[in-house]
Structures are given as structure tokens and as C-alpha cells.
Design a protein around this ligand. Structure first.
Ligand code: SF4
Ligand code: SF4
Length: 439
């Protein structure tokens, strides 16, 4: 049974600025900034010190923690410093700064691992860990940890090509231009999970991407390409699983609870590249868009490239931006320092003009319209979460199920009072975690 999720919104997709733009490689900059935390879980420890020479693709940081992912140098060059630098999440994070020598001298240890057929599931899983692959749609959860936690519980693998955030077309272009990499990644995952089939889900308004993938598949295949309705947040894992399998992931659980596991399309492509070329995760596709950008593009960018270099490659700003966001406009994070680098989860970099960005002076109070409740796909009451966060009632935040919020941003988007609902909810989650940590 297929079913539509409750709530959801239809924001202007604003994808026309970039959906026809081919992915262009951006030359690496003179200096790259690699934060030791670019993933959920434990921060890495540096394996290099100031003055060390590093190769292209060399591992430069790692952690023994079960949920973490190693970091590799995206260029060859010299380590200039290991020091705190601005991170896209808004804090200062210890980072490895590398001066690029412009040679891209590869790490002699890099080589293809072999064919998928010749490698065991455990070897493939080890490659995914060693190459530092994380969820590339923004979650940045280490992929090896996600797989390990789902092993033995899963009968359906879903590759998520539902890029439902406005403006963002990086996954769409990847499916059009490198469909064989997406399919190749799915085949690796099928082998690891011991499954004979898999599903690639694409939104109906991106049907040419679905066609592109179908063309790479043999006539007889157990890989299905499914189109799903274009509605925000269709790309959220829970909503996608519900639509494709008819199974609702219980509150407080993850897709393996209903036998499913979901991976982003660029994550799948990175898995394929890691196995077939030995290359770790050192680059990604980023949509650079927004009406303050002179020439919106999809760029293939080395991880660690500062945002200012990326915007310069699009011809700079048409006008001074009122707001810069890393990620999509619904779930992305506002940026305040253009020296902040692109990280593994950066699928988009958006710059909006002042006229497009409302200010706090525009903000009004709640008019009790109830729209935020109607659009919430998790059946929450965002206005109460907002209110209880502001008065520090962690007991009520818990009772009103704040941890079930998937931070899709629908409530903030729809709110006529322009209340910063998601921001409050994120803060409320932190307050609740701190309270629980004290108990
Ligand atoms: S409360 Fe959370 S899940 Fe519900 S609409 Fe707002 S951001 Fe989305
Ligand atoms: S959408 Fe905004 S104005 Fe309407 S009830 Fe929710 S918080 Fe209040």
C-alpha cells in the first residue's frame, strides 16, 4: 500500500536556476580547512602536525569510536596549522589547515579495492568506514555505523533521490550525469545486506533523473526505480519509507524498525567510487544558488574549500546578501563567516538578497491559526514546543514529543506570525538533552 504522509507543504521549488546546469569541477583553493568533526558522533583526532607533508587522499584524522568517520586530505600539500576555525554548525572546531601544492600527488596507498563480486560484505563495510563516507544529504551520520546498526534487520534498501528542498539540484544532476555510480553504490549495499533487490526513489517532478537511471539498468533487474509525489518533506526518511512500503516508522525509532534502510544518492555514488577507485570522500557536488548569486551553478568541490572561494567561482554576489545558508532553505544553517569551509554534508550553499529575507522587526506574535500543526508530518504541535522551550519547561517538551521532530522546517515556513519555530525546537532539544544528562 502506498500512502501520502500527513501534513507537508509545496514551497516554490526555485530549482530552475540550476537544474539544467552541468556539474562543473571547481579547482581546489590555495588553503583548505578540514574540521575534525564533519559527521555525527565522536570528533576525530589529528594524525598529522603542523609542517607535515600530505598526499592527495591521505588519511589525516581518525577516531576509534564506533560512531565516527576518518578525514582525508583533498589535496597534496603541507599542514599549515591545527587550530580552531569556524564550522558551518556555528561553533569553532579544531581544524587541519592544508596549503595546497597544486600537484594532487596521490597517496601511494590508494588503489582500487577490486570488484564487488570479489569482496566479502565485511570487506566492503570496512572500505566504507576507511574511506570516511557519511550521509551526504546533510545528516552526516557515518555510513558504516548506519549499516552496522541495521544489519540483520532489513529487507528493503532505499536509495533516496527525493531532493525535496527548494533550490537544491545537486542530487538531481548526479542522477542525470552519473547514474551508473548511484546504481553501483546500491549494488554494494545489496551485497553487504545480503539482499537481491533494491529501490531508487525519485520525485515525480524529476522524472528525467529516473529515466537516466532506468537506462543504465539491464533489461532484467531486481533494482526498481520508483517515482514518488513531489511534496516537502518527501525526502525525509520516515516519509519516504511510509510512501514506498506503506509502513510507518514508530515514534522514537528508525527505518530498520520496519525492515528498511535509506541512503542518499550521493552517498551511494561515493560508496561506488570508494570501492572501484579506492578514493576516500574528499569531494562532493554542491548547488550554489539564491538570488544574490550572480551565476548559480552545480559545482564539484573539494571538501574544505572556503565558502568565499565557492561564491567567487559563481561570479561573486549580484548584491550584498542578506542571508547565506549552508544546506537548503528549509533545514539549512545560516552562515556568518565566508571563510567557513564546505564539509561532507554540504549539499547546497545559498545566498539571498536582503529583500528576500525578512527581519526580526517583521516578526509578529502567534495568531493561533493552527497552520503549523496542520503541516507537521510528525503530528506534533510546534506552537506548544516553541512556547515550552521559551519558558524552559523541559518536562512539557518531552510530553509533547519534541524528540520526534525531524526539523523539516514546515512549521516555520507556513507560520504567518514568522515565529522561529524550528530554531526554538532545536534549542529545546539541546535543553532537554542537558537536563537528561544532569539526571
Ligand atoms: S515540528 Fe518539526 S517535524 Fe513538525 S513541522 Fe516543525 S520542524 Fe517539521
Ligand atoms: S502557524 Fe504560527 S501563527 Fe499559526 S498557530 Fe502556529 S505558531 Fe501560531
Amino acid at each position: 500500500m502506498l500512502f501520502r504522509f500527513r501534513g507537508g507543504v509545496h514551497p516554490d521549488d526555485n530549482k530552475a536556476q540550476t537544474m539544467h546546469k552541468h556539474i562543473e569541477p571547481l579547482p581546489p583553493p590555495e588553503y583548505l580547512v578540514l574540521p575534525l568533526s564533519m559527521h555525527s558522533g565522536a570528533q576525530c583526532e589529528p594524525l598529522v602536525v603542523m609542517g607535515d607533508l600530505v598526499f592527495y587522499g591521505q588519511k589525516i584524522a581518525d577516531s576509534a569510536a564506533p560512531v565516527s568517520a576518518p578525514i582525508h586530505s583533498p589535496v597534496s600539500g603541507r599542514v599549515e596549522a591545527v587550530e580552531p576555525r569556524p564550522h558551518p554548525a556555528g561553533s569553532l572546531v579544531v581544524s587541519i589547515i592544508i596549503k595546497n601544492d597544486g600537484l594532487d600527488t596521490p597517496d601511494p596507498k590508494l588503489s582500487p579495492y577490486g570488484s564487488v563480486e570479489s569482496l566479502t560484505p565485511e570487506e566492503l563495510l570496512s572500505i566504507i568506514r576507511e574511506t570516511g563516507i557519511v550521509g551526504m544529504s546533510g545528516s552526516s551520520y557515518p555510513t558504516h555505523a548506519k549499516i552496522r546498526s541495521a544489519l540483520g534487520k532489513v529487507h528493503t534498501i532505499l536509495i533516496n533521490g527525493c531532493e525535496c528542498e527548494p533550490y537544491v539540484t545537486s542530487d538531481f544532476r548526479l542522477m542525470l550525469e552519473a547514474p551508473e555510480e548511484v546504481v553501483g553504490g546500491l549494488k554494494v549495499l545489496m551485497k553487504i545486506f545480503g539482499l537481491g533487490s533494491g529501490i531508487i526513489a525519485v520525485e515525480s517532478n524529476m522524472h528525467i533523473a529516473a529515466e537516466s537511471i532506468r537506462k543504465t539498468l539491464p533489461r532484467r533487474t531486481d533494482i526498481q526505480v520508483r517515482t514518488v509525489p513531489a511534496r516537502y518533506p518527501q525526502g525525509s526518511e520516515r516519509q519516504l519509507v511510509a510512501y514506498v512500503t506503506g509502513r510507518e516508522v514508530p515514534a522514537g525509532s528508525f527505518p530498520p524498525a520496519v525492515g528498511c534502510v535509506v541512503f542518499n544518492v550521493e552517498t551511494a555514488a561515493a560508496i561506488h567510487r570508494a570501492v572501484t577507485t579506492g578514493l576516500p570522500l574528499i569531494r562532493r557536488v554542491v548547488t550554489v544558488s539564491g538570488n544574490a548569486v550572480s551565476n548559480a551553478k552545480n559545482l564539484l568541490i573539494r571538501i574544505g574549500t572556503p565558502m568565499e572561494t565557492v561564491f567567487a567561482a559563481t561570479g561573486g554576489f549580484r548584491e550584498a546578501p542578506g542571508k547565506v545558508i549552508m544546506g537548503g532553505p528549509m533545514t539549512g544553517v545560516a552562515q556568518f563567516d565566508l571563510k567557513t569551509p564546505i564539509v561532507k554534508g554540504s549539499n547546497a550553499l545559498l545566498a539571498f538578497s536582503r529583500s528576500e529575507v525578512y527581519t526580526t522587526r517583521d516578526r509578529t506574535t502567534c495568531i493561533r491559526c493552527g497552520k503549523c500543526v496542520r503541516v507537521c508530518p510528525m503530528k506534533l504541535e510546534p506552537i506548544y514546543l516553541y512556547t515550552y522551550e521559551r519558558i524552559n519547561r523541559c518536562d512539557l517538551l518531552e510530553r509533547y514529543r519534541i524528540s520526534d521532530c525531524i526539523e523539516c522546517g514546515n512549521c516555520s515556513y507556513i507560520c504567518p506570525g514568522r515565529l522561529h519555530l524550528v530554531h526554538s525546537i532545536r534549542t529545546g532539544k539541546q535543553k532537554l538533552a542537558e537536563t537528561e544528562g544532569r539526571q
